[in-house]
Design a protein around this ligand. Structure first.
Ligand code: NAP
Length: 246
């Protein structure tokens, strides 16, 4: 039980990678705040409580300052503290510079980048020490075709992470980023058929796409004392995708 008596806030925890992170923290004894927008956050809360863990579902839109503030108020009311923040909520919209509408650009940047800023803005004052993990992407480290706003937002997350690591190092809060490769969640399955996903998986050096639990385990490591000297790091978890050309 690495996280007994600790409280973690996981955004976008109603599905995919966020859900896997929430379940993994609960298994390790943490009280888990499932901050979710439309997805089944309540179901994840029930799943954790049924297994004997502690969880709180809070409906929140990370792109809205009032919504984030009220989420943090709810967390403090219930658990009195926050030890870890996992900024995981994100959206992917397609388009290049010409085809991306201004509204889509704003939406992607608001959720993927401003959302992390807002969550940190209201959560950090509640933290005595601990860790923050921001979920970027391999498209935060290299470009992707027809995903312009997403690439811009995830590139921003990488340097937001480094700046936050410097700002909070002396407060004892470590801040790191994880850059997942292709992970088996509705973000991918919404765009590709099973056959296409198998074919895409074959292009990864490890010849498969990843599972949400493989990201969750790395995030728990980054929040644990095993990573006590790790801050400002940007860690690829992508089956070798970013290792080079092959
Ligand atoms: P997902 O299942 O679609 O999860 C994204 C989560 O973010 C959803 O639960 C979604 O909730 C939530 N969300 C979206 N807008 C929100 C908002 N305004 N406020 C609060 N929550 C919001 O996809 P995923 O793959 O697990 O994505 C998790 C993170 O990993 C994202 O940041 C994504 O960019 C990143 N990532 C994923 C991959 C991949 O291959 N899957 C690769 C690299 C990076 P609702 O459904 O309720 O809106």
């Amino acid at each position: 039980m690495r996280f007994k008596n600790k409280v973690v806030v996981v955004t976008g925890a109603g599905s995919g990678i966020g859900r896997a992170i929430a379940l993994a923290f609960a298994k390790e004894g943490a009280s888990v705040v499932i901050a979710s927008h439309h997805s089944d956050g309540k179901k994840v809360e029930q799943e954790i409580v049924k297994a004997g863990g502690k969880a709180l579902f809070v409906q929140a839109d990370v792109s809205g300052s009032a919504s984030v503030r009220s989420m943090v108020d709810g967390v403090i009311k219930k658990f009195k503290r926050v030890d870890f923040l996992v900024n995981n909520a994100g959206i992917l919209l397609h388009g290049d510079a010409v085809s991306t509408s201004e509204a889509d650009w704003n939406r992607v940047l608001d959720v993927n980048l401003k959302g992390m800023f807002l969550c940190a803005k209201y959560v950090v004052p509640c933290m005595k020490s601990g860790a923050i993990v921001n979920i970027s992407s391999e498209w935060g480290l290299s470009g992707g075709r027809d995903v312009l706003a997403y690439c811009a937002s995830k590139g921003g997350v990488v340097n937001l992470t480094r700046a936050m690591a410097l700002d909070y190092a002396r407060k004892g809060i470590r801040v790191n980023a994880v850059c997942p490769g292709l992970i088996n969640t509705k973000m991918l399955t919404g765009f590709f058929s099973k056959k296409e996903l198998r074919e895409i998986g074959q292009m990864v050096p490890m010849r498969r796409i990843g599972e949400p639990e493989e990201i969750a385990r790395v995030i728990l490591f980054l929040c644990s004392d095993d990573a006590s000297y790790v801050t400002g790091a940007v860690l690829s978890v992508d089956g070798g995708d970013m290792a080079g050309t092959y």
